[in-house]
Design a protein around this ligand. Structure first.
Ligand code: ZN
Length: 374
């Protein structure tokens, strides 16, 4: 067996994402597990962003149907082990010794090492562990220190009278720039930050209008394409029948028939594919847009009322990068596209546009978009 291991062959139970199998000579080999593989990949990708807590990832995987070989849900412990498993980047570990595996990989090495870095940072944190979810601190690990860029950690400190005080502080012991800040201060300022990026109702109205215009335009375009594709498809089918008919009457020799038939078949499959792309996905933008913008006009309120899991979801969908906390303001490096658009518009507005002209600006955005489409 040692010889096989040296050759890079895994002789033990395959980690999740792979399955044990036998090759044609009945020798052990491992193959991709098409069911679990995409979920393992998702776990690595999400964890590497640093925006998701491991418990959140565990829940997502289980919700998406991840089950162990015994049909159980994925445990936190197993997920921890998975995310540290070097097998995914082609390294087999047997009795503490590492060997290069010959199995196919599906996790990007950069992503893997990014995950390990996050684990290391978490280990450095003094009063928390990565797996433990503390619902008192939705911003823990999410907001970073403005001085050193380390994620903020959070804990309760017990005062002289035995009262517990919740606070956030910088992870990095070498940093020392950011002293403990009370939970209230961080979270109130975060709320103010959300208020700043929320849409003002008149802005929402204009952007909504622009989105619906683009949406309608695109929908019409797809609709008219659909009609013409359908008739093209019918014509091609007729042509195919005609060819068969001609062949029967021996008006075509074998070679010509095959050549013509191949052409028709290629065109047919091309049109069929394009037709599939025109299919309505059933998502009604108009129905959902009001809900989305109501929420975006009042982010702080929505956030405050949300439960812990929703809070985390809102945080990671609004911010593309972790925001940093600078005592009184949150620096928000990158936001989701729709909020980026709003920020651009708001900046333009503060320079030279009054609210009345704002709609014009938004429709400018719309025409820019439709130019890209055509
Ligand atoms: Zn720091």
């Amino acid at each position: 067996m040692h010889e096989r291991i040296k050759q890079g062959v895994w002789c033990f139970k395959a980690p999740f994402g792979y399955l044990n199998a036998r090759d044609s000579q009945n020798k052990a080999m491992i193959i991709f597990d098409k069911v679990r593989l995409p979920l393992i990949k998702l776990a690595f990708e999400r964890f590497a962003t640093g925006l998701y807590q491991i418990e959140q990832i565990r829940k997502t995987l289980n919700d998406k149907g991840f089950r162990t070989h015994k049909g159980r849900e994925l445990s936190l412990q197993t997920l921890h082990e998975l995310l540290r498993e070097k097998f995914y980047i082609g390294i087999m570990t047997v009795k503490g010794q590492e060997y290069a595996g010959s199995h196919e990989k599906f996790i990007d090495e950069r992503i893997f090492w990014q995950c390990q870095k996050l684990f290391r940072n978490a280990d450095k944190g003094d009063c928390i562990s990565l797996g433990r979810v503390n619902e008192s601190f939705p911003l823990r690990h999410f907001v970073v220190c403005p001085h050193c860029g380390s994620p903020l950690t959070a804990c309760f400190s017990t005062g002289k009278m035995g009262i517990k005080y919740p606070y956030y502080k910088c992870y990095n012991k070498k940093c020392g720039q950011l002293k403990s800040i009370t939970k209230k201060e961080v979270e109130t300022n975060f709320s103010l930050g959300l208020k700043k990026i929320s849409f003002q109702p008149y802005m929402a109205k204009a952007v909504k209008k622009a989105i619906i215009e683009v949406y309608d335009e695109r929908k019409n375009e797809i609709h008219s394409n659909f009609g013409s594709l359908k008739s093209q498809l019918e014509n091609l089918k007729l042509e195919k029948d005609k060819l068969i008919e001609m062949k029967k009457k021996e008006l075509l020799d074998d070679e010509d028939f095959r050549e013509e038939m191949d052409k028709v078949k290629i065109m047919l499959s091309d049109k069929q594919e394009r037709l599939l792309n025109c299919k309505d996905d059933g998502f009604d933008v108009k129905k959902n847009i009001d809900k989305v913008f109501d929420l975006m006009c009042d982010l702080p309120d929505f956030y405050e009322k949300a439960d812990y899991a929703t809070k985390l979801k809102v945080q990671s969908s609004i911010f593309k990068e972790k925001p940093s906390f600078n005592f009184y303001t949150f620096q928000t490096p990158r936001l989701s596209p729709i909020l980026e658009t709003k920020r651009d518009l708001a900046n333009a507005k503060s320079r030279n546009v009054d609210p009345k002209r704002f709609e014009l600006l938004a429709s400018g955005l719309q025409s820019r978009r439709s130019n890209q489409l055509s």
